[in-house]
Ligand binder design. Structure first.
Ligand code: NAG
Ligand code: NAG
Ligand code: NAG
Ligand code: NAG
Ligand code: NAG
Ligand code: NAG
Length: 625
């Protein structure tokens, strides 16, 4: 049977460690184990019949002929990895009644003949990774009564047999099928697979899973169907998997998860749904999963729907984190600082304006109005800071309830009211000044009644803009409660089209228009002042420079505040992914810039105001003296 080449190379050695009589002298022998790894062997060498382990990895063996191992009744472990085995005789493994582990990875095996393993009644591990096996037949596994672990990783299996694979392998416990090209799973393939505890079907092309496929797998602990083409999971698919501890359905193009999908998985500890969009997500979906500790989603927003898990990934959307409403520690502090600066600055100006009598009543009224609007931004930030403290350390438990709560909606609309009234007020004041300066001889001056009307109109309009999203839940969805800070700055795929149109119309329509008007008015005002000043004296020129400086600062701070927001809006319309961190910085630092600076720009720095303040103080001094 053995080729002459090998007979000549056999040595009848009495090696110190070895208890075997016969093995090739190039190989090692230890106890009753023979190691012939990487010896360029072309054929299986002959060794003593009482060998228990035979390692022939990384050789150049091409085929296994019949009765090759028939003498090795004690062989328990046979390694044939990384050879070039293409053909295996139907009777190649005959007689290996004691064999427990058979390794055949990294060969060129393309099919398993019927009955090929029929003598291997003690076999527990059968490793066939990285071969070219394309079809599985029930008869191939005949006789594997003790098989525990079957691995067919990185083969080309197209489908399971329609008849149960567990019929031949009743003790099959672990089935590894990662990296094949299986396209559907039939319930009949897994009938009576009640011993199965691990089923790995990752990286296949599964698109349909028949209802009842997993129905007999009461002992299943780990199920991995990630990276497949599954669009729909039948609602009762996981019904009998009471013992399942890990489920991975990541990276599938699932269109829907049924709300009762996971109801029977009471022992589930880890649920992986990365890259899965869940349009109908609800808290109810995860409520039955009382033992769940780890959950993995596509987006952070989903974490709020599983309030009781200990760990949820992704951990943050940049705005909020699993622990805190405001994810960033710097912003958690600065939200208070900014809020106090805004509130204090604006209230200070309102008080001063009330205390100092001014001849231009209308202008004062507008300024006070502006300060009120800006102050609301401070109130908004105060609330955000307060709720951040309230939910400190356990935000995820409350995230969903918070975002759907009336408080969130109300403070969101407060921020909206504040920004919009502020923007419109600035535009109004600018236009008024513009008419005054550009058409100085028309004596255009708004009367008290007119001013009052305009201001009321602006507030009313701002109010309407802020409350319109409450009007119709169907079109707007949860307009404000889309993130922890309740401000609808960025759009994403899940946003309702109505809501997206509306916020675009506000932030890119109304606000951009206002911004353009402000820039235009100030430019032409500056131009007209310069024209009249050309003929004037030095003092007029100085005044012109101060005015220009002020104009520049007003336009500059407006630009500072609004251009990032316009950009953000445009990018999110173009579906560019924007990091949540950026949005948080914009909401806490950039958006309130105007509110914080307006009192300074429009009041404190004006020379007229400074003069009046001096007069007022002098008057007070004289009174007290
Ligand atoms: C192995 O078989 C040889 C005869 O082939 C025998 O001499 C030897 O004692 C056996 N060793 C063991 C450990 O059974
Ligand atoms: C299986 O195939 C994948 C992709 O081709 C490869 O990344 C992976 O390393 C392979 N697995 C093993 C165990 O070789
Ligand atoms: C499945 O198991 C049931 C009882 O548990 C048995 O009656 C039936 O014959 C088995 N079917 C197969 C295909 O093994
Ligand atoms: C689930 O499967 C995906 C893709 O195969 C993998 O990246 C992820 O680590 C798995 N999750 C767990 C918890 O094992
Ligand atoms: C899921 O949402 C769609 C609309 O997006 C709705 O028609 C369907 O009834 C919902 N299904 C469930 C199970 O809630
Ligand atoms: C959760 O797991 C513990 C132990 O792992 C178990 O005792 C308990 O019954 C499980 N809870 C449910 C609801 O099955």
């Amino acid at each position: 049977m053995l080729p002459p080449l090998f007979l000549s190379s056999l040595s009848f050695s009495l090696a110190f460690l070895s208890v075997l009589d016969v093995y090739p002298d190039t190989c090692h022998c230890e106890g009753r184990k023979v190691n012939c790894n990487g010896k360029n062997l072309l054929h299986v060498p002959a060794v003593s019949s009482n060998v228990t382990a035979l390692e022939l990895n990384s050789n150049r063996i091409e085929s296994l002929s019949r009765d090759l191992f028939i003498r090795y009744r004690h062989l328990e472990r046979l390694h044939l990895e990384s050879n070039s085995i293409e053909t295996i005789s139907k009777r190649a493994f005959s007689g290996l009644v004691a064999l427990r582990k058979l390794f055949l990875s990294q060969n060129k095996i393309s099919s398993l003949k019927a009955g090929i393993f029929s003598d291997l009644s003690s076999l527990e591990w059968l490793i066939l990774d990285e071969n070219r096996i394309s079809s599985l037949r029930q008869k191939s596994f005949e006789g594997l009564k003790s098989l525990f672990f079957l691995s067919l990783l990185n083969n080309s299996v197209e489908q399971f047999p329609k008849t149960s694979i567990c019929h031949e392998m009743p003790r099959l416990n672990w089935l590894e099928m990662e990296g094949n090209i299986i396209s559907s799973l039939w319930a009949s393939s897994f009938k009576n697979c009640s011993s199965l505890t691990v089923l790995a079907l990752r990286r296949n092309r599964i698109s349909t899973i028949e209802e009842g496929t997993f129905a007999d797998m009461q002992r299943l602990i780990d199920l991995d169907v990630s990276v497949n083409q599954i669009k729909d999971l039948p609602p009762s698919l996981f019904q009998n998997l009471q013992n399942l501890k890990q489920l991975n359905i990541s990276n599938n193009p699932l269109v829907n998860i049924y709300s009762n999908q996971f109801d029977s998985l009471v022992n589930l500890q880890s649920l992986s749904m990365e890259e899965v969009e869940i349009p109908n997500i609800s808290i109810r979906m995860f409520r039955p999963l009382t033992n769940l500790t780890h959950i993995y989603f596509k987006r952070f927003e989903f974490c709020g729907y599983s309030p009781n898990v200990r760990s949820c990934k992704p951990n943050t959307d940049g705005i909020s984190s699993f622990e805190n409403l405001l994810a960033n520690i710097i912003l958690r502090v600065f939200v208070w600082v900014v809020a106090f600066i805004i509130c204090f600055g604006n209230i200070f100006v309102i008080c001063l304006r009330s205390c100092i009598a001014s001849e231009n009543q209308h202008h004062t009224m507008a300024i006070k109005s502006l300060c009120c609007a800006d102050c609301l931004m401070g109130v908004y930030l105060l609330f955000i800071g307060a709720f951040d403290i309230k939910y400190c350390g356990e935000y995820n438990r409350h995230a969903q309830i918070w975002m759907e709560s009336l408080s969130c909606q109300l403070i969101g609309s407060l921020a909206m009211l504040s920004t919009e009234v502020s923007v419109m007020m600035l535009t109004y004041m600018t236009l008024e000044k513009y008419l005054c300066i550009v058409f100085p001889f028309q004596h255009y001056r708004a009367g008290r009644k007119q001013t009052l009307c305009s201001l009321t109109f602006i507030w009313l309009l701002g109010f309407i803009i802020a409350v319109i999203p409450f009007w119709d839940k169907q079109t707007f969805g949860n307009f404000y409660g889309r993130n922890g800070v309740c401000f609808p700055l960025h759009s994403d795929q899940t946003e309702k089209p109505g809501a997206r149109c509306y916020s675009t119309a506000i932030f890119l329509g109304l606000n951009l228009l206002a911004f353009v008007m402000i820039v235009f008015s100030y430019s032409s005002m500056f131009y007209s002042v310069q024209k009249t000043a050309k003929t004037a004296r030095q003092t007029v020129y100085d005044r012109e420079v101060t005015i220009a400086k002020r104009f520049f600062f007003i336009v500059f701070t407006d630009a500072l505040c609004w251009i990032p927001i316009f950009l953000l809006k445009i990018l999110s319309l173009l579906r560019v992914q924007i990091a949540g961190t950026i949005i948080l910085w914009v909401v806490i630092f950039i958006l309130p810039i105007n509110s914080a600076l307006n009192p300074i720009l429009y009041t404190i720095t004006t020379s007229a105001f400074q003069q009046r303040l001096k007069q007022c103080l002098k008057y007070r001094c004289q009174q007290t003296n």
